[in-house]
Design a protein. Structure first.
Length: 419
């Protein structure tokens, strides 16, 4: 008995040691502080075999585009303007001059490519497609029909093409249909005034401002870039410049910025990003827990399309390509793992809810459906970035769930919202 108690104690101790805080994770891998600019990591997750006799026959997914350049030209031009002006005024330190040269190089590289997919972004989607094919080969056999749709944004279209070309190379017989139309935008990338207004209430703006004031500290960085405190006070918006420089650093995903940002600063910048996304697109009580319903139309499309494909005898694949501003609220609406976690305390949010686990570049949610010969019971498992997830319904077969239970739960949830 003592030996059993000791074993339990050691297991608990091991679990406690292995459960890292967000700060520990970011200090160990500073790339995580990039949040939605975090490049898709190589997945290495345990795969649970399906119950005996069950084989996959349908796969449905929604994926974000892969790695890209920054979308807004001012993200490059504005910090470049500030540093160029400071150089003319003789106000830059040696580090400031090196930073100016770096920003100038980044701006030149990004010119006329704002928001475009990078070569890395295309490779990410080829890798995802390859693993889908290898993990669920039964789905992609023979003349399987692949219905691939994208938003009308070019980086999403190119991400779609990268996945489809990879799949076609692995099975030339696949019947792939591609589309990108405004016709589908009501569910592929929905937005409306109701949700915009929720983000602009006085309570939300005050909470964001207070949290930003607590965690944004540009003083050390400004001192390292400029040789005059008075110059910074007179001509530089230090908060904005720090944000610009950090965003440019993380979009490059090389993080060769040890001399520019400390790990503490990277963590603080991530905390601000994490809180903003939680409030604007997650289940935050500050926005009444309603923001995940941005993707009500997308979830309904997933459910309806699945029902259509389930009654067919042949295998099918449905691929959708869009944006992180869809993947994140969809993950929260589906209540995958801890995605639906709610708290009013932004300072404790990072203990549970960490955006870099949800929506890196090329993030994706996959529904994989299984059937057994002679049985009408359809099973489904859901993957977030290729990791098996816990769903908000009971199942003795988890991570496999009875589709009837899953569908009923989500349809009831949508109906309650739309009342």
């Amino acid at each position: 008995m003592r030996r059993f108690i000791l074993l339990i104690f050691l297991c608990c101790l091991t679990l406690g040691i292995s459960a890292q805080t967000a700060k520990e994770e970011i200090f160990e891998n500073i790339h995580l502080s990039a949040a939605n600019h975090y490049a898709y990591p190589d997945p290495d997750f345990k795969k649970t075999p399906p119950p005996s006799g069950y084989k996959p026959f349908y796969l449905s997914h929604y994926a974000r585009h892969g790695s890209r350049y920054r979308v807004n030209p001012n993200d490059y031009k504005e910090p470049l303007r500030i540093l160029c002006e400071a150089e003319k005024d003789g106000a830059l330190t040696e580090l400031g001059k090196k930073t100016l040269n770096l920003i100038d190089s980044l701006a030149r590289m990004a010119e006329d490519r704002y928001g475009e997919l990078t070569p890395l972004g295309a490779r990410q989607h080829r890798g995802i497609a390859k693993r889908m094919y290898e993990n669920f080969p039964e789905v992609f056999q023979g003349l399987t029909a692949v219905d691939a749709r994208s938003t009308v944004v070019i980086r999403c279209i190119l991400s779609m093409m990268a996945e489809c070309l990879q799949l076609q190379s692995m099975n030339p017989k696949l019947q792939i249909k591609n589309d990108a139309s405004y016709y589908d935008m009501y569910y592929m990338n929905n937005e409306d005034d109701y949700f915009r207004k929720q983000r602009k209430t006085d309570e939300v703006l005050a909470a964001k401002q207070a949290f930003r004031k607590e965690h944004l500290h540009p003083e050390r960085l400004m001192k390292s870039l400029f040789n005059s405190h008075d110059y910074v006070k007179w001509k530089v918006d230090a908060d904005k410049l720090m944000s610009y420089l950090f965003e440019l650093a993380v979009i490059m995903q090389n993080h060769d910025t040890d001399s520019l940002f400390t790990k503490e600063e990277c963590y603080d910048m991530w905390l601000l990003n994490n809180a903003n996304w939680y409030i604007d697109y997650g289940p935050s009580p500050l926005t009444k827990g309603k923001m995940p319903y941005l993707e009500a139309n997308l979830l309904e499309n997933i459910l309806n399309t699945a029902d259509t494909c389930i009654v067919k005898e042949e295998n099918n694949v449905t691929l959708r390509f869009g944006h992180e501003s869809c993947v994140l609220p969809l993950a929260c609406l589906l209540e995958l793992g801890d995605c639906a976690y709610q708290t009013t305390d932004l300072n404790s949010l990072a203990e549970v809810w960490r955006n870099y686990k949800i929506f890196p570049m090329a993030c994706n949610i996959q529904f994989v459906f299984y059937r057994k010969k002679g049985s009408d019971d359809i099973l489904v498992k859901v993957l977030l970035n290729e990791q098996e997830m816990k769903l908000p319904v009971e199942s003795t077969l988890a991570p496999y769930y009875h589709w009837k239970d899953v569908e009923t739960y989500y349809r009831n949830k949508l109906a309650a919202f739309r009342k």
